[in-house]
Design a protein around this ligand. Structure first.
Ligand code: HEC
Ligand code: HEC
Ligand code: HEC
Ligand code: HEC
Ligand code: HEC
Ligand code: HEC
Ligand code: HEC
Ligand code: HEC
Length: 501
């Protein structure tokens, strides 16, 4: 199929790339990668330009391995020598572990795959990949899809509806809707459903047909069975650390009203300073120096980054686990509780057989959750970061308020849960006791809003110092109590209708 004189193109390109590479050391691409570039520079100038901007194109893996430990951006200690002497090019990524990939296809004499997975990145970044597997995010697909209670929520939001004979009923699910809805963020299961032949400018080619793709959800199930997509925070092909450290990256999924971390951050003092000063911040430096490279924290600072003081002493280690500084699971379904021990939540079950980590009265099911001591250890790690910019009293008082907010919002959730249980018990609407969907009646939606939107928003505002409106009049305390009024009015109405006290 090679109808283009690739050798000439390769020669021109190699010279071009050597000039382009402004990295001080001399680097070279593999011959295979130069071959990819010979066609793809024309086919996908966007992809190639972005790769040219990446560190992957500027340094060889072997050179990168020699950096001092705090500056190192590759964490694997054993990397195949064939990968060490060249840049990380198209071929180096798209050909890794070909035998494990159901999406592998023959392409110009090479066995390649489109979806470069965490398992492939692990060749050079094994620490990040291992840590990420302990992050709730990497299990976000099955934590949602394999949970029977959450299934009911998915149905009531995504499925088709049908009205007839004075009844509204929930109809069928369709996967294309789910890919755009819940699974956009949680991740799809990408499956190879066949292969297709396409006519291109370079001749006929065979490509895999991928169902559930494109998708960059954090818990995507990949064709090599690995979990997650590193691209959710490291958009290709520049894979820049700067992007990952800026809060916009996280805002794609953490926006709300159920998960409003970004909105809260945006209106916090931290977000305010970030917006005013970020042009002076140095977002690409490794390690990241607090006070010098930045003066206000972003999401990454508090949750993930390796941070050092101006004299290079380590304040926090880098983590892709993202929860080893979190003592709580603030996101309550329906109650907030200590953080789960395992990121895979599929075994969790309460005494009533529901797949959630609290009882319906809010008691945590402790055997699935971290201990008080572990909560303390994680809280100290987080505080350790704050304490470099704040006094310990400021920080301690902040977390005392957070503990109080968790208690108060859980209490309100319990009051609303007692009411919805009375609706169910009296048969006014059908829900959990009847084995029916607990999210598909108006009063059930009102109850759901108490915890899903308003208790969660209030806690996020409290945790991330955006204590203004998101915890009060915009999706906060005002709205929670408003739901209580609605529920009690409806309950009184039904009681009267059915002659109950
Ligand atoms: C002779 C030209 C040529 C060479 C050499 C070449 N490709 Fe391609 N490649 C194509 C064409 C044409 C397409 C189809 C583009 C499209 O459909 O938009 C393609 C598509 C792809 C895709 C996308 C497949 C999909 O299903 O979405 C990937 C990934 C890819 N090439 C990687 C590579 C890599 C890696 C190399 C080097 C090992 C390489 N290509 C070498 C011509 C080439
Ligand atoms: C939820 C967002 C998120 C996801 C998903 C994610 N990362 Fe990161 N990554 C970050 C952040 C934030 C940083 C910056 C850390 C810092 O400042 O020290 C980072 C930094 C890195 C770095 C640079 C390390 C260094 O020493 O400079 C590498 C390499 C990396 N990530 C690899 C990966 C790999 C591989 C995956 C997939 C398993 C992945 N990341 C998934 C957010 C993410
Ligand atoms: C560091 C590893 C890495 C390198 C180097 C790399 N890719 Fe990719 N590539 C990826 C990842 C990750 C994806 C995203 C797949 C997904 O998860 O959807 C991707 C996606 C693609 C796609 C499909 C994306 C789309 O929008 O259709 C093409 C085509 C592609 N790469 C071509 C190339 C070419 C050409 C080069 C060399 C210039 C290259 N890649 C270098 C990791 C890499
Ligand atoms: C063959 C080895 C190799 C593979 C495979 C690889 N990387 Fe890298 N990665 C590197 C090297 C080398 C660097 C640059 C190190 C340096 O500059 O010191 C790097 C740097 C990075 C950085 C930091 C960029 C910055 O701006 O500081 C991120 C993020 C990253 N890689 C993500 C990924 C992801 C995601 C994948 C998989 C899709 C991947 N890498 C696959 C070798 C690799
Ligand atoms: C815009 C991105 C996004 C979409 C779309 C989305 N979610 Fe989420 N979801 C999140 C985030 C972010 C979290 C984690 C929040 C946190 O940790 O504070 C989450 C967590 C959850 C959890 C908690 C899982 C656990 O850990 O127990 C459930 C349940 C959930 N989502 C249900 C859904 C349902 C049902 C849909 C579709 C109707 C959906 N989500 C759509 C971003 C999203
Ligand atoms: C593509 C969507 C997406 C992006 C981008 C994203 N997240 Fe998430 N995040 C999620 C989902 C979904 C969950 C919940 C997973 C679950 O509960 O099963 C989550 C969970 C989390 C958690 C809880 C992890 C744990 O183990 O307790 C933290 C913390 C978090 N995200 C922070 C971030 C930060 C910081 C960024 C940006 C650097 C980010 N996320 C980017 C979707 C995303
Ligand atoms: C000043 C530090 C700080 C910043 C900045 C920050 N967070 Fe947080 N975040 C926290 C604290 C503190 C908690 C609660 C800690 C605990 O569990 O004890 C938290 C909790 C979370 C959780 C876990 C919620 C849950 O359901 O368990 C997520 C998700 C999250 N943050 C995402 C983000 C995102 C996204 C951003 C940026 C838009 C961000 N954070 C900015 C400090 C911060
Ligand atoms: C890199 C420095 C830095 C870090 C790290 C940091 N902060 Fe801040 N924070 C600031 C600055 C600067 C202000 C603005 C102070 C002022 O104007 O008085 C601020 C403001 C605040 C406010 C006041 C919000 C308001 O508007 O009333 C709270 C609360 C707060 N931080 C809590 C925390 C907590 C908790 C942590 C750790 C989880 C933390 N900060 C980490 C720099 C930081």
């Amino acid at each position: 199929m090679k109808i283009v004189p690739t050798s000439i193109k390769i020669l021109i390109l190699s010279v071009f790339l050597l000039i382009q590479n402004n990295y001080s050391q001399e680097v070279k691409n593999s011959d295979e990668t130069n071959e990819c570039l010979s066609c793809h520079t024309e086919l996908h100038p966007g992809i190639v330009a972005s790769w040219n901007d990446s560190r992957h194109s500027m340094i060889t893996t072997g050179q990168a391995m020699k950096n001092a430990s705090l500056e190192k951006r590759v964490s694997s200690t054993i990397i195949d020598s064939s990968l060490q002497n060249v840049t990380v090019g198209c071929y180096e990524c798209h050909s890794l572990n070909a035998d494990k990939h159901k999406d592998s296809f023959e392409h110009n004499g090479y066995k390649l795959h489109v979806i470069v997975t965490p398992n492939d990145c692990a060749t050079c970044h094994e620490v990040e990949v291992k840590q990420y597997s302990n992050n709730l995010m990497s299990h976000a697909y099955s934590n949602l899809v394999d949970n029977s209670l959450y299934q009911e929520l998915i149905k009531s939001v995504n499925n088709s509806y049908c009205y007839s004979n004075n009844k509204l009923s929930i109809g069928k699910a369709d996967s294309l809707t789910e890919y755009e809805s819940c699974l956009y963020c949680h991740g799809t299961k990408v499956e190879v459903t066949g292969f297709v032949t396409k006519e291109t400018d370079f001749g006929e080619y065979i490509f895999p047909v991928l169902d559930g793709w494109p998708n960059q959800g954090v818990g995507r199930v990949n064709p090599d069975e690995s979990l997650g997509s590193c691209t959710s925070c490291h958009p290709r092909h520049d894979f820049s650390i700067e992007t990952a450290r800026k809060p916009y990256t996280c805002s794609e999924c953490h926006k709300g009203p159920d998960v409003p971390a970004y909105k809260v951050y945006e209106v916090s003092k931290h977000g305010n300073i970030f917006k005013s000063k970020s042009e002076e911040f140095k977002f690409s430096n490794v390690p990241w120096k607090l006070g010098k490279d930045f003066t206000a924290p972003t999401c990454a600072t508090c949750h993930a980054s390796l941070i050092v003081s101006p004299d290079n002493s380590v304040i926090a280690e880098r983590t892709h686990q993202f929860n080893d500084r979190l003592s709580w699971r603030l996101f309550g379904v329906p109650y907030a509780h200590p953080h789960p021990i395992s990121a895979n939540l599929n075994n969790i079950i309460n005494s009533e057989g529901l797949p959630i980590a609290t009882e319906l009265n809010g008691e945590p099911v402790t055997k699935f959750l971290i201990s008080k001591e572990e909560q303390q250890i994680r809280n100290v790690k987080m505080k350790n970061i704050c304490n470099n910019c704040h006094s310990s009293e400021w920080v301690d008082n902040h977390f005392t308020r957070l503990d109080n907010t968790i208690k108060k919002t859980n209490e309100i959730t319990y009051e609303s849960t007692k009411m919805i249980m009375d609706f169910w018990k009296n048969g006014y609407v059908e829900g959990l006791p009847q084995g029916k969907n607990p999210f598909d009646e108006e009063v059930e939606r009102e109850w759901t809003s108490v915890w899903l939107f308003y208790a969660n928003s209030t806690r996020f505002a409290s945790a991330m110092a955006g204590g203004g409106d998101y915890g009060v009049f915009a999706d906060g305390r005002y709205q929670s109590t408003e739901q209580l009024y609605k529920l009690i009015e409806r309950l009184k109405f039904y009681n009267k209708l059915f002659n109950k006290k």
